[in-house]
Ligand binder design. Structure first.
Ligand SMILES: NC(=O)c1ccc[n+]([C@@H]2O[C@H](COP(=O)([O-])OP(=O)(O)OC[C@H]3O[C@@H](n4cnc5c(N)ncnc54)[C@H](O)[C@@H]3O)[C@@H](O)[C@H]2O)c1
Length: 248
C-alpha cells in the first residue's frame, strides 16, 4: 500500500533543547530515525555528547544554557554553520538544572520563582526567537513545546510556579501560531501526564485509563507528527499525551 503519511524528515535540521537525557534524548533519537539532522542541546556538554554519540553521524552536540539569550544566539549560529538552518525546534528543557524540589507557594522565596519562569518561558522565547526569522523566510518551520498537564490542573504537589510557567509558554505558543501561520510555520505543544521516571508511579497511574506511565517514545511519536509536513494544518494546539489521565 502506498500514499499514506510517512512522516519523513529527511533534509530537515532539528534542534532539541535539554536533549542530554530522558525525554529530550528520546525525541532527538526519533527525529534522527525519521531522517532529520539533529542539534542536541544541553547545559551539560557531556550529556549532549552522549545523546549525539548514540545517534551517530546525523547528530551533533551543542552546549548552551537556554536561559542565556546570548548563548542561545551563538549556539544557533554554530548550528547553522555545522548542520544548516533550523527547521524544527523542540523546546524541551523545562526542569531546572538546579533541581526541582516541590515546595508549596507560601514557602517559596521570590528568587526561587525565577528558575521556572526563566527556563520554561524566557528560554522557550529565546530559542524560538533565534530560529524564527529563518523559518519565516524559508516558508517552513515547526516550533514544538514540551509541556505538562500541570499547565491546566491544580495539584498540591508544590509545583505552582512550574504550572504557571508551563501555562505561560502555551499562551505564547497560541499567539505565535496566529502570527507565523501565513509564513508556513506552525507552533504546537504536547502536554505530558505521569512519566515513567517519576517516583511512586504505580499509585499515580492507578486511575489512568491506559494504566501505565508514559515513556520518551510516547512523547516522541507525537512530536514526530507535529514536526512532519503531514501536520501542516495543525497549529496553535496542545496535544495531551497523558494515557487518558485527563480527557477534556
Ligand atoms: N519527566 C516528567 O515526569 C515530565 C512530566 C511532564 C512534563 N515534562 C517535561 O518534559 C521536559 C523534559 O523533562 P525530563 O523529565 O526529560 O527532564 P530531565 O531533567 O530528565 O532532562 C532535562 C535536560 O535538560 C537539561 N537542562 C536543564 N536546564 C537547562 C538549560 N538551562 N539549558 C539547557 N539544558 C538544560 C538538563 O541538563 C537535562 O539533561 C520538560 O519540559 C518537562 O517539564 C516532564
Amino acid at each position: 500500500m502506498s500514499g499514506g503519511p510517512d512522516y519523513d524528515l529527511s533534509g530537515k535540521v532539528a534542534l532539541v533543547t535539554g536533549a542530554g537525557r530522558y525525554i529530550g534524548r528520546g525525541v532527538a533519537e526519533a527525529l534522527a530515525r525519521r531522517g532529520a539532522k539533529v542539534a542536541v542541546n544541553d547545559i551539560h556538554i557531556d550529556r549532549a555528547a552522549q545523546t549525539a554519540d548514540a545517534i551517530g553521524a546525523d547528530a551533533q552536540a551543542f552546549a548552551a544554557d537556554i536561559c542565556d539569550v546570548e548563548a542561545v544566539g551563538a549556539m544557533v549560529a554554530d548550528i547553522e554553520k555545522s548542520l544548516g538552518p533550523v527547521d524544527i525546534l523542540v523546546n524541551n528543557a523545562g526542569i531546572p538544572d538546579a533541581g526541582f524540589p516541590p515546595k508549596p507557594f507560601r514557602e517559596m522565596e521570590v528568587d526561587e520563582w525565577h528558575k521556572f519562569i526563566d527556563l520554561n518561558l524566557y528560554g522557550t522565547m529565546y530559542a524560538t526567537r533565534a530560529v524564527l526569522d529563518g523559518m519565516c523566510e524559508r516558508k517552513w518551520g515547526r516550533i514544538i513545546i514540551i509541556s505538562s498537564e500541570a499547565w491546566r490542573t491544580g495539584t498540591n504537589f508544590g509545583i505552582s510556579l512550574y504550572g504557571a510557567a508551563k501555562a505561560g509558554a502555551l499562551g505564547f505558543m497560541r499567539h505565535l501560531a496566529a502570527e507565523v501561520g501565513p509564513d508556513g510555520v506552525t507552533a504546537n505543544a504536547v502536554a505530558l501526564g505521569i512519566m515513567d521516571n517519576l517516583p511512586g508511579i504505580d499509585a499515580l497511574t492507578r486511575h489512568n485509563p491506559v494504566a501505565r506511565a508514559g515513556s520518551p517514545e510516547d512523547v516522541a511519536a507525537a512530536v514526530i507528527y507535529l514536526a512532519s509536513s503531514e501536520a501542516s494544518w495543525v497549529t496553535g494546539q496542545t496535544i495531551p499525551v497523558n494515557g487518558g489521565q485527563i480527557t477534556f
